[in-house]
Design a protein around this ligand. Sequence first.
Ligand code: G6P
Length: 614
Amino acid sequence: MCGIVAYLGEKEAYPILIEGLKRLEYRGYDSSGVALLDGDLAIYKKKGKVKELENHVASLDPNLKSTIGMAHTRWATHGKPDDLNAHPHKSGNGRLAIIHNGIIENYNTLKKALESRGHTFESETDTEVLIHLIEEVQEQKKLPLAEAVRLALNQVVGAYAIVVMDKNHPDQLVGAKLSSPLVFGIADDEYFLASDATPIIKYTNKVIYLEDGEVISLNKNGDYDIRNLANKRQDHEVLEIDLQMDEIEKGGYPHYMLKEIYQQPVTVAESMRGRVNASEGWAVLGGMSEHINRIAKSDRIILTACGTSWVAAMIAEYLFEDLARIPTEVEYASEFRYRNPIIRENDFIVALSQSGETADTLAAIKHAKSKGALIYGLVNVVGSSIARETHCGSYIHAGPEIGVASTKAFTSQLTVLTLMALYLGHHKGLIPENYFRKLLAELESIPNKIAKILKKDDQIKYIAGEIRNASNALYLGRGYNFPVALEGALKLKEISYIHAEGYPAAEMKHGPIALIDMYMPVIVLATNKSAYEKIFSNIQEVKARKGIVIAIVTEGDTMIKEVADFIIEIPETEEPLTPLLSVIPLQLLAYHIAVMRGCHVDQPRNLAKSVTVE
Ligand code: G6P
């Protein structure tokens, strides 16, 4: 939620900041702004995407020579998205500027107190309140900027990653973080602060991930000082990250989402690399092995996540109960955190998050940790907050996912969840050896089977054209395919703005059937394993009410072909692995419909990829 990037070095800051903002646009894109210091403090802000800001700045033809600057792309929390509420914000005396990702929860109390002392505000944001508070502390006590920032933050409740610049100190940036990410990049004679490493890696792979409650003061000569909120100096190791430029570019595809859908044969293989060997008959996860005895004895597994990661958790409930026979519950992180859940020391908590930064998920695991449970993270972004907050875990190794609607991270999560269930079930002696080896071999064949489904893209695009004008859509599935129906519906509504719902197929008769008419596309996951006959009956029920049936079936299916309007065949697999295949046509269907409707596929309205507010 909101992306921030700041630069201090020898080059012109403006183009570096604009390029950085474009990399961070996935975090929010309702308005953006940039602050530069070249004698004066110049701030340019514009409602809309970063391109609008660029056009605005170009139309002013200003002096852009500054070698220090900072920029922000916003996802509005306090105050509507407009030019005034866009960041950076200035202090009342015009000397300081701030960019901020997060929420200042006690901003109203702080604002009233500041107003009573004569401060006036231009915007509706919590961020402007914070910079006035920093200004007040700095002026009252005649403090260096970093010290004023630290003392002001001691009065703040909420979440923040901030960068502050001072007109009187054009060689210095001050940053701080709590619950929102901030990465410090160190190149030769140039330094960066950013929400993630993507704006930085073109210049350096040397970074420090700041910890919660840390304030960094950074000088042009390369000196930096990191302290916690209690003013204790903090030492950090400089890490070398492994991220390449081509991983964060579109690589010839029109959208990141399409690139990421097409990457799945490779990313799913990456997720299982070194973790499974069917011919030798083993599956192991390094993150689990150290705790395997404790995990195997768990009374309960609780999976917690948001969005698409929550859907992956739903599939894991089927996997863990089916293969490892441990009672499993799935919790929306936002609800889990705030409903006083019963968590015991022998519960095993698994947090799933592509970004590793989702605020609700982070809060949920902090709460569960305080109750003594073992916390496992299934995260994509290396070094992210959730990865660092958990006791143990596995990276899913999907590579950077930039399209806001999650695709390849979902199938990578499913791959690692399947490995977890197999490892656990096998360790407990619950999976017959033959079946275990069969599942491992099947898992290894999934990348090729996904590649085969991707070859049906033209057919899926044709079907997309037939239903693109629908106002509603229903997705139905049973068993392992029920959560896939949820994911199909989520993808469609996220990017095409068609209202869509996923339902267990048998539940259709308890409500959604009332909606079915000749305009209603019903996407049915009808692969050939359990409950095939029952789902066949559900299709008949839809057809009897003139609904348009698009069925995802197993290759060679003859029965459903007779009744469905459209079918998409997918290769046969073992039932627990079905979601890894059945979700692929649904991703492509949503993608093509959204493109045909002229929607902004990679940056759907009102959404953000990394939701760092609760
Ligand atoms: C946002 C994104 C979704 C994502 C969800 C959870 O809503 O738009 O695509 O599934 O956050 O994000 P996480 O990074 O925790 O998986």
